[in-house]
Design a protein around this ligand. Sequence first.
Ligand code: NAD
Ligand code: ZN
Ligand code: ZN
Length: 389
Amino acid sequence: MADKCPSNSTAEKPIRCKAAICRNPGEALVIEEIEVAPPKAWEVRIKVLCTSLCHTDVTFWKLNSGPVSFFPRIFGHEAVGVVESVGEHVEEVKEGDIVLPVFHPDCGECRDCKSSKSNICCRFCNKLYNGMPRDGSSRFKDMKGEVLHHFLSVSSFAEYTVLDITNVVKISREIPVDKACLLSCGVATGLGAAWKVADVEEGSTVAIFGLGAVGLAVAEGARLRGASKIIGVDLNPEKFEAGKKFGVTDFINPASCIEKPVSQVIQQMTDGGADYCFECIGLASLMQDAFYSSRPGWGKTVILGVEMHGTPVSISPYEIALGRSIMGSMFGGVKSKSDIPILVKKYLDRELNLDGFISHEMSFEDINKAFDLLIHGRSLRCIIWMHEQ
Ligand SMILES: NC(=O)c1ccc[n+]([C@@H]2O[C@H](COP(=O)([O-])OP(=O)(O)OC[C@H]3O[C@@H](n4cnc5c(N)ncnc54)[C@H](O)[C@@H]3O)[C@@H](O)[C@H]2O)c1
Ligand SMILES: [Zn+2]
Ligand SMILES: [Zn+2]
């Protein structure tokens, strides 16, 4: 175990650093000094290099009640970091490695992780929404000693964070960290949904509800598979221009569909319904619209959006009997440890357009501006640099 001897001065000690804390739902984050405990067994402490904001952060930030609403909390789950130190039993990564924290665990040992059919690790997925380490206790406290909750097992809005080894993927040093950051959640989710969950094939028709980073990554995946028509549906008309770079061929603004519903417009544009529909917004009514836009006989609808209000989806059994299917997906069916290195390679081989997803960059102090931009639909992904460049 000689290689486990800490070679840096911080290992095995708490680290004082800055974090953006959310004290109450919907309130601006406040940058404060916190203490980050050393990693316990099976854990890795990383220095976060950059992070970005995904809409799931916003959904949980607003959530003011229910079993998954915890405050004070450190949000953030799309990031890249460098390993600062590792706990007992961690062999997979070592100090200095560049890693992607991933909210979705991959233990590699359970029935699901061993199956090619699932990425829902049955050992660790149950801790997903409280986001705490596997022993249930927090590694963060503020300067008054108050415990701060983790988020989605990542909590990247802090200069240092502690991750379970099942939530860590070692990546190549060749990929620029801001591009890699996108693969930590949103872009990997959209690509995975197109390739692994829907398995879009050449010549097919695709309808995507919501052209944020997740929806545009679905478009990029469908474009690379040779889809013949990729219809984007978004309330923000500017998203059509943005979408064209990712293969979006047609656009519908639901606000201008006065005479007939969006699903009917899509059915007409696709000669009976799209082969593949994706909901990338997080509203039950749009999940229904996506389903009704799919073709009877074989249309497949993939739900990626995290429903913002917990509203259930209502679909007529008769419409399902017509041969359409609807399914959900966490992290686009991506198996973190094996699939992310493949996505990194595709970027390095210039097969994947990642650069186009970065619409803004800013420093950590300005993190609340990144929230404003995403909430008002003005950004795709905003890279937040944690330390001075
Ligand atoms: N399943 C997963 O593993 C997973 C992973 C990442 C994100 N998500 C979820 O995916 C969704 C999209 O995330 P994102 O980061 O791309 O979000 P985003 O905010 O960047 O994009 C959402 C898009 O939807 C559009 N929109 C909002 N309301 C609309 C409406 N009523 N009709 C039409 N368009 C509307 C917005 O203009 C915006 O372009 C969120 O629900 C997020 O929580 C799920
Ligand atoms: Zn597992
Ligand atoms: Zn996310």
